[in-house]
Design a protein around this ligand. Structure first.
Ligand code: NAD
Length: 263
């Protein structure tokens, strides 16, 4: 499906990362990859995972640093030449701003959440543009329903995700003439490092599995398969879109009191 394609995947921290699920699926589908790590603290674990793939480029990139982004994409250009896809699976908000109520969000917490979780998509899309603009490409980011509805504990991340989804639409409009598509996947809750920073996450997981039409948790592999669809030529007509991969949770108003009998 991705044979001969070259892509960057940002956001692998450990084996539970959604970015890692996408990296494995993309490598399996034949893609050549470049991965980043946020800081030296994560370098060893990302390199260890990368060693299980076919020699991807692995280099540091903290998305709050324009110098890091420039250096990372210079290495990508040197190693891969052109790029066919870019996956952005990066987010962060300070814990203090996730623990309390949204009304107490600090100015600095708001700034950090938006810089890392929303602005960084535009910054890396701009860096990828020279490597994509001749052959077209696909950019995919990760979002969550907390952008559309007030979800307890998601707080300022929800507001940052709303900015991220708006950025997807503006980037899709800007980059479409170059044949570059920009989309987001709105994933259901998955037990990762970032998710564990959300107060009451375990309760959120259980609630989701009980209420979603598919009555089960969202799996990384389901998100990765949708990412492959968006990255590959199968998704060639789709841009500016937010696709929910959440077992249908987003469409539910009231769950029927009685489950249909099985058989
Ligand atoms: P994760 O903790 O594995 O990944 C988050 C990544 O963001 C990490 O690799 C971390 O190093 C990176 N990051 C944070 N600050 C950074 C910075 N300044 N520079 C570079 N990288 C930085 O968790 P995940 O759940 O796999 O998160 C990936 C994406 O999926 C995020 O955008 C998250 O909001 C989104 N998402 C997650 C869920 C979920 O329930 N896990 C649901 C919907 C959307």
């Amino acid at each position: 499906m991705l044979s001969g394609k070259k892509g960057v995947i940002l956001g692998v921290a450990n084996k539970r990362s959604i970015a890692w699920g996408i990296a494995q699926a993309a490598a399996q589908a034949g893609a050549t990859l470049a991965l980043n790590y946020q800081s030296e603290r994560l370098a060893a674990s990302v390199r260890e995972l990368a060693d299980t793939l076919d020699r991807p480029l692995v280099a540091p990139c903290d998305v709050t640093s324009d110098a890091d982004i420039a250096a990372f994409f210079a290495q990508v250009q040197a190693r891969l030449g052109a790029l066919d896809f870019l996956v952005h699976a990066v987010a962060y908000a300070p814990k203090d701003d996730l623990d309390g109520q949204f009304v107490d969000t600090s100015r600095e917490g708001f700034r950090i959440a938006h810089d890392i979780s929303a602005y960084s998509l535009t910054a890396v899309a701009r860096a990828a543009l020279p490597l994509m603009k001749d052959g077209g490409g696909s950019i995919v980011t990760l979002t969550y329903l907390g952008s559309e509805r007030a979800v307890a504990g998601y707080n300022v991340m929800g507001v940052a995700k709303a900015a991220l989804e708006a950025s997807v639409r503006y980037l899709a409009a800007d980059l479409g003439p170059y044949g570059i598509r920009v989309n987001a996947i709105s994933a259901g809750p998955i037990n990762t490092l970032a998710a564990r920073g959300i107060h009451g996450f375990t309760k959120m997981l259980k609630h989701h599995a009980a209420m979603a039409p598919l009555r089960r948790p969202t799996e990384v592999a389901e998100v990765a398969d949708t990412a492959l669809f968006l990255i590959s030529s199968m998704g060639r007509g789709v841009t500016g879109e937010v696709i929910h991969v959440d077992g249908g949770y987003h469409c539910i108003g009231l769950v029927p009191r009685d489950e249909p009998s099985q058989g």
